[in-house]
Design a protein around this ligand. Structure first.
Ligand SMILES: CC(C)(COP(=O)(O)OP(=O)(O)OC[C@H]1O[C@@H](n2cnc3c(N)ncnc32)[C@H](O)[C@@H]1OP(=O)(O)O)[C@@H](O)C(=O)NCCC(=O)NCCS
Length: 187
């Protein structure tokens, strides 16, 4: 798999490694309120040791070809991350996830990163179906698959518990055939 991509002259995606733990933690700490609202794992990342463990677990899955977390760097500054949460080579299906530092919300950075993730999933990894799952109440997150041409495929009632509260989820999907039919007009 790829581990470094230049999206434009000052935006880079790079495989998140143990050396990036301080930068990863700094983004989480700076924007903890918003990033943690619907992402339960954020509550378990509170120290450098937690950040190391979080990254190492994902590097282990990456080594098996089942996962990829890329840090997003804007002019050399850590701005967030985008990931294939899972890569299923039998079903040819992967799931994309993402987060941003508050300082970079609202400028299209995740949309740009996800356009690359989508293209690479179909063209580089041979996926047939890409999914994005969000808390039903997470409007900013839902806007992303809707903007990028995904279809709403499932509503999952009481899908996960976060801080003692049950949350519904929505699952969006994009099929390779639909992507090919609409590219470049949608993605
Ligand atoms: C979800 C999250 C990544 C969305 O961030 P975002 O900045 O809204 O997403 P994008 O990068 O796609 O940017 C879209 C915004 O940039 C604007 N924009 C500017 N240029 C753009 C471009 N070229 N392409 C797309 N959008 C652009 C859009 O109008 C939109 O702004 P608006 O909502 O104010 O109208 C962010 O809110 C976040 O980190 N949330 C916390 C973590 C989280 O919930 N993760 C998802 C879990 S499923």
């Amino acid at each position: 798999m790829i581990n470094r991509i230049n999206l434009d002259k000052d935006t880079e995606l790079r495989l998140l490694t143990i050396q990036d733990a301080p930068a990863f933690l700094a983004v989480i700490n700076h924007s903890r309120t918003n990033i943690s609202e619907f992402l339960p794992w954020v509550d378990r990342v509170n120290s450098l040791a937690d950040a190391h463990s979080w990254i190492q677990l994902r590097l282990d899955k990456h080594a098996l070809g089942e996962h990829m977390t890329l840090g997003i760097w804007k002019s050399g500054t850590p701005a967030g991350g985008v990931m294939y949460r899972s890569i299923d080579h039998e079903k040819h299906e992967c799931e994309i996830g993402y987060w941003l530092d508050d300082a970079y919300v609202g400028v299209g950075l995740i949309s740009t990163a996800c356009r690359w993730m989508i293209r690479y999933a179909f063209n580089g990894l041979g996926m047939d179906h890409i999914v994005i799952q969000c808390a039903a109440k997470n409007k900013r997150s839902r806007a992303l698959p809707e903007r990028l041409g995904f279809a709403l495929e499932h509503f999952l009632k009481d899908d996960f518990v976060h801080r003692g509260i049950n949350h519904d989820s929505v699952l969006y999907g994009l099929w390779r055939s639909d992507y090919l039919a609409t590219t470049p007009s949608v993605v």
